[in-house]
Write a protein that binds this ligand. Structure first.
Ligand SMILES: *Cc1c(COP(=O)(O)O)cnc(C)c1O
Length: 345
């Protein structure tokens, strides 16, 4: 694959495809410690055919974005939370976490090195940042190795809903995303491998993605595809599920705070699939789309429509506008949420 050139990219019609940018960051772990990392130009990772990650899935990842401000500067959004979550995910798979302060510095370095590829403010796009950590020791039996690679690649992505927020239809699945006591709380690649078949079945049936129910009783809402769920009740409560097998979404924690600031009452509580009537609006939350309004959820052939199947509800829209205004630097948010990336060349 040839290297992308910024001059060849139409930043106003970007999708979510991978582009081979000039730089990525890589650090290696050997002999019980992280070696100093550096920027490299090679987009390929060289691995032993027996590397643990290839056979036993010892991999964790993160996803965050760099946002171009109106003044030309660049923001990260709560990268400390990604750094911490990645360390926690790594611990679940017996991998050495990458030090949190180094994580943030590495993100800044790779964003700065590829700054020509950060979409302009007006485009509504962003630079997607994908840190990941893999076990690389050649090992035949199932056990953790002693060698690891931490790497970060970045790629420019377009606005998720270029024409404005659009509700989509979800359907419950018989499949589980993660087991009770499994790796649902950790951002591990294996969870995603398990979600491909149910996701594909939902797409074929005309839905945008799957509603996963809790793995023990198949009654409580867990996740919507690879995003957390929220519903806004008629009396203004912003409710989101509480469960040990849900991935702790940074977008979710941020919206819980913003909901309170905006006069909604934030609640984390189990939400039964038979309790959808209480909600006036609903949505899915995650870094990729920020908020995807949920038009309907179909469960056992019965479709439940929320605010509308074609239009975003006013409270969902207000939350989306407030959060994205903070991310792009148009509005001030809670202290420490936005981190400037110095671009001095
Ligand atoms: C990454 C992820 C999310 C969203 O988390 P954010 O920190 O908001 O991006 C939600 N669910 C799953 C399963 C995820 O992997």
């Amino acid at each position: 694959m040839s290297k992308a050139k910024a001059a060849d990219i139409d930043f106003n019609s970007l999708d979510f495809s991978y582009k081979d940018l000039p730089y990525r960051y890589q650090a290696e772990y050997h002999n019980g410690q992280w070696e100093p990392g550096e920027l490299t130009t090679d987009s390929n990772v060289q691995l032993s055919e027996a590397a643990v990650v290839l056979h036993y899935g010892q991999e964790v990842f993160e996803g965050l974005k760099a946002y171009r401000r109106k003044d030309g500067g660049v923001n990260l959004f709560r990268p400390d939370r990604n750094a911490k979550r990645m360390r926690q995910s790594a611990e679940r798979l017996l991998m050495p976490g990458y030090p949190e302060a180094d994580f943030i510095e590495a993100v800044k370095e790779v964003v700065k090195a590829n700054s020509d590829f950060i979409p302009p403010y007006e485009s509504g796009g962003s630079l997607y940042i994908r840190p990941f950590l893999i076990g690389t020791s050649p090992i035949v039996g199932v056990k953790p190795g002693n060698d690891f690679i931490f790497r970060i690649y970045v790629t420019p992505v377009g606005a998720y809903y270029p024409g404005g927020l659009r509700p989509t239809a979800f359907v419950t699945s018989e499949f589980d995303r993660a087991a009770h006591g499994g790796t649902g709380q950790a951002k591990v690649g294996g969870n995603y491998a398990a979600s491909m078949l149910p996701g594909e079945e939902a797409h074929r049936a005309g839905f945008s993605d799957v509603v996963y129910l809790d793995p023990r009783e198949h009654h409580y809402i867990e996740e919507l595809g690879s995003a957390n769920f929220f519903g806004i009740t008629k009396d203004g409560q912003f409710k989101t599920p509480k469960s040990p097998s849900i991935l702790p979404s940074i977008t979710k924690f941020s919206l819980l705070e913003l909901a309170e600031e905006m006069g909604m009452h934030p609640v984390e509580t189990p939400i039964g699939i038979d309790e959808l009537d209480q909600f006036e609006e609903a949505g899915a939350m995650g870094t990729a789309a920020v908020i995807s309004p949920v038009g309907s959820i179909t469960h056992q052939a019965k479709k439940h429509v929320f605010y509308s199947e074609t239009e975003v509800g006013p409270k969902t829209k207000a939350l989306y506008d407030r959060l994205t205004a903070i991310q792009y630097g148009d509005e001030k948010g809670p202290a420490g949420w936005v981190v400037d990336v110095p671009l001095d060349k």
